[in-house]
Design a protein around this ligand. Structure first.
Ligand code: SF4
Ligand code: SF4
Length: 397
């Protein structure tokens, strides 16, 4: 007979999950329809049923170190099929948010990004920094013809934005390292199984993630696959564009695309196609969230903060260019400054916002490939509660 585990419910943690957007969690009666409905859950230890009972019991260590919450692509097939309206998709989403906060380094930034009460300070930081950059150059004047380098010195931008990006990369690496260590400590069945090396496992994971092959299997909300793919590749295109522009300006001393430097047409095409893909994908996500919440699941502050920052980044980037072509230098400068505020927020908060799911999911899938997903905890929990629960029948204990 399997060894019994004594479960010590942490009701505070259950309340935290509910507060993070899983308001229907307690309706679950463990029928397992969700695990059957999920097309991407493996036969061996499927999800999300086991996560539902862990969440009801407030098993914090188990949930925050569970690789399976990251295998989920939040398609909500399970929530649509759940006969009790317990919305398991929302529960996994809430746990992902809490895992990001738990692993964040430095931890106060995890709280800053995840808390609606801290929205104003979170936004004030990039706003103040960009305003200082404008002021440090030559005050709030609009040189004509439009030359962004005269409005905010490119050197200031390079120093501040490179520092923000480096900070984000270091923070992300440290957070993911902690996450990997917690996966190792809390999930492997002791001493069993061959391990695959990290890099081959990572390559295998990337082969799955880049074309979104697993995500494509989800059914009820497959438009989400398309919009996610558009955002994902749009973002990669924008990253490549920014890197090339920075390389051209800094190393090759070529004028930026806004000044029609030589050979910048392909960069403009790449940048614009990527921005359109990015904004289109986000637009679809946004419309679906507003018009079909039963398929997209509930939207928490954490979701909206992320959408606000990335939609702001993509749309102000496009609008800056359009307004400049439309011959409105003042508008172009203002939008350019707003665009930089969004980009700085994106960089600074990358490891602490929903954006970080990219890193966590990659790590969890890589860990699964490397370990063979040799999970310690069974599908059917064999718990005994720390205190024997009392049965209540006909109002009598
Ligand atoms: S979440 Fe819904 S479908 Fe899944 S076990 Fe609970 S009641 Fe059943
Ligand atoms: S939201 Fe989709 S991927 Fe996630 S557990 Fe439910 S059915 Fe599976």
């Amino acid at each position: 007979m399997a060894k019994e585990l004594v479960a010590e419910p942490d009701l505070k943690f259950t309340q935290d999950i509910i507060a993070a957007g899983a308001g229907d969690l307690k309706k679950c009666y463990q029928c397992a329809t969700c695990s059957v409905a999920c097309r991407i859950a493996p036969d061996n230890n499927p999800y999300p049923r086991k996560e539902m009972i862990w969440a009801q019991w407030g098993l914090k260590d188990r949930l925050l170190n569970d690789p399976d919450v990251w295998m989920c692509h939040q398609c909500n097939d399970c929530s649509i099929q759940c006969p009790r309206g317990a919305n398991p998709g929302d529960v996994l989403k809430a746990v992902r948010k809490m895992a990001i906060q738990e692993n964040s380094w430095p931890s106060f930034l995890g709280k800053l990004v995840g808390s609606p009460a801290l929205f104003v300070p979170a936004i004030a930081i990039p706003v103040v920094v960009v305003l200082l950059l404008v002021f440090a150059n030559q005050g709030f004047s609009f040189p004509q013809p439009v030359n962004y380098g005269k409005f905010i010195n490119y050197v200031y931008i390079q120093v501040i934005f490179t520092a923000a990006l480096l900070f984000a990369v270091v923070s992300m690496v440290l957070s993911l390292k902690k996450f990997w260590a917690s996966l190792e400590t809390n999930n492997l069945v002791g001493g069993s199984g061959e391990r695959k090396a990290f890099f081959p496992s990572l390559i295998e994971a990337l082969k799955e993630i880049l074309p979104h092959t697993t995500f494509k299997e989800c059914q009820a909300n497959n438009i989400r696959y398309t919009s996610h793919l558009l955002v994902f590749w749009g973002m990669i295109g924008l990253l490549v564009t920014t890197t090339i522009v920075a390389f051209n300006i800094d190393i090759l001393h070529i004028a930026p695309p806004s000044q029609n430097g030589p050979g910048t047409l392909p960069i403009k095409i790449l940048g614009n196609v990527s921005a359109v893909s990015f904004v289109l994908g986000l637009g679809i996500m946004l419309i679906r969230r507003l018009t079909a919440p039963e398929q997209t699941g509930g939207s928490s502050y954490f979701d909206w903060f992320f959408i606000f920052v990335i939609f702001g980044t993509g749309s102000t980037g496009l609008l800056t260019e359009l307004i400049r072509y439309a011959g409105s230098p003042g508008g172009a400068y203002v939008l350019y400054a707003v665009h930089l505020m969004f980009v700085l927020a994106l960089f600074l908060y990358l490891p602490f916002s929903k954006f970080a799911h990219l890193g966590y999911r990659t790590v969890a899938i890589t860990w699964g490939k490397s370990s063979g997903r040799n999970l310690k905890f069974p599908v059917l929990p064999n718990f005994v509660p720390a205190a024997e629960p009392k049965l209540v029948e006909d109002g009598k204990v």
